[in-house]
Structure formats: structure tokens, C-alpha cells
Design a protein around this ligand. Structure first.
Ligand SMILES: [Zn+2]
Length: 429
């Protein structure tokens, strides 16, 4: 294909931001809304590609930060890019590395909040105190590898170079995160830095895509990442700036990522500000959403096309399994002689072949097969829920509202579900 990405809207729910559509990349099509599986270190933890395909995942997302440290972007490029390296030939996303640089490098838990950010003229002057794991400057950020403590510099240009070497289909621009402790002034400063970095990243991205054209390689797509925490004016400003950003060459972002961490109750407001402002004809990815099925419904209802999350596999490895009646912990004694599947209504491999009692046994005995079977189930549960959301939006508004009400009431109970149904039309609350 002669473009990096194509996006088509199929159906919408009038009066909302919800839509279905297709994202087309050189490695195939994603039907949206879609859940993008987390493949942090170029693997969806514990699962083979065959298992990823079987559970219905259309696309996965890997992490630039983890891959740059190990095995290194040059090694992946030498393998022919990440699709070849993994032998995974469907659409692939990478994030910019920003989240990990700031969350792993910054180590908020050590009492270092955003007030520790300092700006100095030259990177050569960068001095990090022993407990300071990252340091923001105008040009980029110094951070320490969580693997070996190496001091590493990351900038918007370097992030683009790494992502192009890794060679996924869709990249994210390098952004500056804020801590949950940040005040408005710090949020504003980080957002302004994010915007300056977004433009620099887009310029470098264009240059790298020209090299791909010259080499007869696939074009790669870049999403700008909207920041601004929970502040309405900043979110509107960030979505407006990135949505309109156009280089002298005419280059623009191919789509947008939405950064930040939210409780599900916060999604309607933040997504209304952001997705109500971003151009309608480009895809929007909710980055690293929470672990709640409510996020999937609210994300889609408020105009996100794709979502990623590490929670389904992470929780699976802890024995926390999703069911249509809520989450269970399979290690619990009450499942010792429970010979039903994890969920009667689940169509995953695990539920078609194994019982809760068997899963519990595997977890209690520390057998790795338990992690695989649990991960298959949780990933399928989330992938299928988003598949159903897509089908219901296509079938019409009433189908979507009814499914949302039934699913969330079964999962959370009526009282908790009411919080998430508040945005539905009155007759479907
Ligand atoms: Zn299952």
C-alpha cells in the first residue's frame, strides 16, 4: 500500500462519539473498536503466536523502552524488523518508550515527583543524584536502565529512530508524563514539552519514511499522544494542537494516542474533551487503559477505536480470572472440586477443555501450563467483549445500550454498574 495507514468509519451511534470502522496497515486490517494485546517484550506473555491468533487478537502492541534495552533495536532491525523477528505478521503497534522512561526511570515511589524535573541547557551537564532515575531536559530525558543502571538519553528523534528500526506499523510520539502528584503548572509544562517533542518527532518520522520509500519498504504510521491529565483546558488544547499540527511538507499525524491514567468514572469527561476535539477521520488509541471491563465500554462509547492493557495477562498470571459474573481468584479453596469451566459462556480454548479444579491445581502446584491457560482465557474474554461491542454498535444504538447494561450489571452488580450506566440513555440505565 502507498500509505502508512487508512482509516474508514463504518457506523456511528448518533449523539455519542461511538463508532466502528477499519484501520488498514501494510500488515492487514483491524476491525474497530479493537482490543490490542500487550506484547511488551515482543511476546504476549506465556502465549505462542498460534494461541494469540486463536483467541482472536487482531493486533498487538510492543514497548520500545523494553526492546531498546533488550535485545536492542539494531538486533531487531538485523532480523528484518519486529514482524520477522517474532514471526508475527499482523498489524503491530509500538509505544514511544515515554511511559516506561518516566514510570520506571522516574520511580515516583522513591518520593521523586514531577517537581524534581529540572531543565538545563546542555545534556553534557546532566548530573543525576543517586536516587534520581530520570531527568528531563529541553532536548529529551536522561534515565537509568532498570536492567543494569546504564545512563541513557532518549529524545523524540531517538524514539522515532528506535521505532522505525523495530519497524512496527503504528508508532507513538515521545511524550512527557506527569505524576499523579503534579500540579497545574507542572502539567502545563509537561504538555508544552510534549507538543514541542511531537513536532520534532513528526519531522524525524517523515525523514525516516522517505528512507523507507527509497528502499522500497513499507511506510510506517505515527500517532501524536495527547496529554493534559484531568484538566479540561489542557486536554482541549493538547487535542487541538496535535489534531491540527501540519508540517511545511503537509505531513500530519496518522492518528492519536490518549495518554494518562484514569479511573473508569473519569473516562467520559476526559474522552469527551479529547475525542470531541480531535479530527473525526483519524483513529484514536487509548494507551494503557485500566483493568476494568467498564473501560472497554466507556472507551468505545466515548470515541476510542483501539485500546491496550497489560492487565488481562498480568492478572491471569496471578490467578485473577474474568467471568461474566465478575472476577474470581482461581487459587481460592472453593474451586478445589469445582469441575465447571472458568465460565460456562466463554468460548476460549481453556473453557472448552479444562475445569476450574484443574486450573486451581496447576496454580497451586506452580505449573507453568496454568499461566498459559489462564492467559488464554483472560485475553479471549477481553478480545471477545470488544468484538461484541463492535457488533452491537453495528447492529444499532439499542443493541449497544442493552448489551452495555446487561454486561456491566452481571459483572459488577446493579449498584456499581449504575456508575457506568449514567452516560447511557435513560431507558437503558
Ligand atoms: Zn475461557
Amino acid at each position: 500500500m502507498d500509505k502508512a495507514l487508512d482509516f474508514t468509519i463504518k457506523n456511528k451511534i448518533p449523539g455519542t462519539l461511538a463508532r466502528t470502522g477499519t484501520i488498514t496497515t501494510p500488515h492487514g486490517v483491524i476491525q474497530t473498536p479493537a482490543y490490542i494485546g500487550a506484547a511488551t517484550a515482543a511476546t504476549m506473555k506465556t502465549l505462542t503466536n498460534a494461541e494469540i491468533d486463536e483467541l482472536g487478537a487482531q493486533s498487538i502492541l510492543s514497548n520500545t523502552y523494553h526492546l531498546m534495552l533488550r535485545p536492542g533495536a539494531n538486533l531487531i532491525a538485523a532480523a528484518g524488523g519486529i514482524h520477522q523477528f517474532m514471526n508475527y505478521h499482523k498489524p503491530l503497534y509500538t509505544d514511544s518508550g515515554g511511559f516506561q522512561v518516566f514510570s520506571l526511570g522516574m520511580a515516583y515511589k522513591k518520593g521523586l515527583d514531577a517537581t524534581s524535573h529540572t531543565t538545563k541547557g546542555s545534556s553534557e551537564n546532566a548530573v543525576m543524584s543517586p536516587d534520581q532515575l530520570s531527568k528531563v531536559e529541553k532536548d529529551g530525558v536522561w534515565f537509568k536502565s532498570h536492567l543494569n543502571g546504564d545512563r541513557i538519553f532518549m529524545s523524540p528523534e531517538i524514539s522515532m529512530e528506535l521505532q522505525h528500526k523495530i519497524g512496527a506499523d503504528i508508532h507513538m510520539s515521545f511524550d512527557q508524563l506527569t505524576s499523579p502528584l503534579s500540579g497545574r503548572e507542572q502539567i502545563k509544562e509537561a504538555m508544552d514539552t510534549t507538543h514541542a517533542w511531537a513536532k520534532r518527532g513528526l519531522i524525524r518520522h517523515e525523514e525516516l519514511n522517505q528512507q523507507h520509500v527509497a528502499a522500497g519498504e513499507n511506510l510506517q504510521a505515527l500517532f501524536g499522544v495527547v496529554q493534559g491529565a484531568r484538566e479540561e483546558d489542557f486536554r482541549l488544547e493538547s487535542a487541538g494542537f496535535l489534531g491540527e499540527l501540519t508540517l511545511e511538507t503537509g505531513a500530519q499525524f496518522d492518528g492519536f494516542g490518549i495518554g494518562g491514567t484514569f479511573q473508569p468514572e473519569e473516562l467520559p469527561d476526559v474522552l469527551t474533551w479529547v475525542n470531541g476535539t480531535l479530527p473525526e477521520n483519524k483513529p484514536r488509541h487509548l494507551l494503557g487503559m485500566g483493568a476494568q471491563p467498564a473501560d472497554l465500554f466507556l472507551g468505545a462509547e466515548f470515541g476510542c477505536d483501539t485500546f491496550d492493557c497489560v492487565a488481562p495477562t498480568r492478572q491471569a498470571r496471578n490467578g485473577a480470572l474474568y467471568t461474566y459474573g465478575g472476577r474470581i481468584n482461581i487459587k481460592n479453596l472453593k474451586f478445589a472440586e469445582d469441575f465447571q469451566p472458568i465460565d460456562q459462556n466463554c468460548d476460549c480454548y481453556t473453557c472448552q477443555h479444562h475445569t476450574r479444579a484443574y486450573l486451581r491445581h496447576l496454580f497451586k502446584a506452580n505449573e507453568t501450563t496454568g499461566l498459559v491457560l489462564a492467559s488464554i482465557h483472560n485475553e479471549r474474554f477481553v478480545v471477545r467483549t470488544v468484538e461484541e461491542i463492535r457488533q452491537k454498535i453495528n447492529a444499532g444504538p439499542e443493541q449497544f445500550w442493552q448489551y452495555k447494561k446487561e454486561f456491566l450489571t452481571d459483572y459488577y452488580g446493579a449498584e456499581r454498574a449504575a456508575d457506568f450506566l449514567a452516560t447511557s440513555p435513560e431507558e437503558w440505565r
